[in-house]
Design a protein around this ligand. Structure first.
Ligand code: CP
Length: 318
């Protein structure tokens, strides 16, 4: 593997899930693989799980790790060509990227959607500049349109907990006070579609995802109906995708919060969320604290997904 930005960089999903099982069973088996190799993790946006789990995964592979928070201690960075840099940004990303590449063997990048331009966000401008100019293998730690390390961990978790061969999985929108990207929802739909599981996406009118991510999923605007017979409920907020409302919060309909009444409509479903989660906006206290909530093992599997991907990238270097 040369880079990892989406499921399209994977040759076989089944093979990756099998490798995840091996990594989970013996996390230190490849301690020599990353010796004398350095991972640089670059954060344009905040993180708890991605930062810690990816660092832990790299340490399990024997790598050295450097972490850079662009907004805390680094020079402010201009990302557009042609700009007269007479403002508050003294560094251009086109110099910064190759410089950063010269200090490491692999780069992880987190850079969310900016919501200034749908076209720029959906072209993954920042991530692609790292691929083009760093000269190093690059992987996404959540970009503008996808969060593939999260979704790989989600799927590992579903494989561990599923009670039927073809579980019904529901991706439900839930309210949130701030405009969030579509990245987690996009990735989740993309990977579940690729796995071939039954996927229902439920949200209020106006929150439709891009067709390329909806794929074979059923879109159901009645949340109660969507929940009927579900084996997994995956809650997430996202802002509007369609023009002219791209990146906007259309409303915060609290009736979409996942509560115990709705969970009772399911087939004793497991509750999932990528975290961080706003309690009693997205999900009630009792649901996230219930025995059917698997958000903690889901987050723990972030180490596994990151380790499988970093290992594949290391093998691509050697
Ligand atoms: N789920 C996830 O990516 O968490 P962080 O934003 O804390 O990394």
């Amino acid at each position: 593997m040369k880079h990892f930005t989406s499921i399209h960089d994977i040759i076989s999903l089944e093979d990756m899930l099998a490798k995840a099982k091996q990594v989970k069973a013996n996390p230190l088996a490849d301690l020599e693989l990353g010796r004398n190799k350095t991972l640089l993790m670059i954060f344009f946006d905040s993180s708890l799980r991605t930062r810690l789990s990816t660092q832990k995964a790299a340490l399990n592979l024997g790598m050295n790790v450097i972490v850079l928070d662009i907004n805390q201690g680094a020079w402010k960075m201009e990302t557009e060509r042609g700009v007269v840099m007479n403002g508050d940004k003294p560094e251009h990303i086109l110099e910064a990227i190759p410089v950063m590449g010269s200090y490491c063997d692999m780069i992880g990048v987190r850079s969310f959607a900016k919501f200034e331009s749908k076209e720029a966000d959906y072209k993954e401008k920042i991530l692609n500049q790292f691929i083009q100019y760093s000269g190093k293998p690059v992987f996404s730690m959540e970009a503008a349109t996808r969060h593939p390390l999260q979704t790989f961990a989600d799927l590992i978790t579903i494989e561990e907990y599923k009670r039927t061969e073809n579980p019904k999985i529901v991706l439900t929108w839930a309210p949130h006070p701030k405009a969030l990207p579509q990245a987690v929802a996009n990735s989740f739909a993309e990977w579940i579609n690729a796995k071939g599981y039954e996927l229902v996406i439920t949200h209020p009118q106006g929150y439709e995802l891009a067709e390329e991510f909806i794929g074979n999923a059923t879109v159901e605007y009645d949340q109660d109906k969507a929940f009927e017979g579900a084996d997994f409920i995956y809650a997430k907020n996202w802002s509007a995708y369609r023009d002219p409302n791209y990146g906007k919060v259309l409303h915060m309909d609290h009736s979409w919060c996942v509560d115990s009444r709705k969970m009772a409509l399911t087939n004793d479903a497991y509750f999932m969320h990528c975290l961080p989660v706003r309690r009693n906006m997205i999900v009630t206290d009792d649901v996230i604290e219930s025995p059917n909530s698997i958000v903690i093992p889901q987050a723990a599997n972030r180490v596994v997904s990151a380790q499988v991907i970093i290992k594949e990238l290391l093998l691509g270097i050697k």
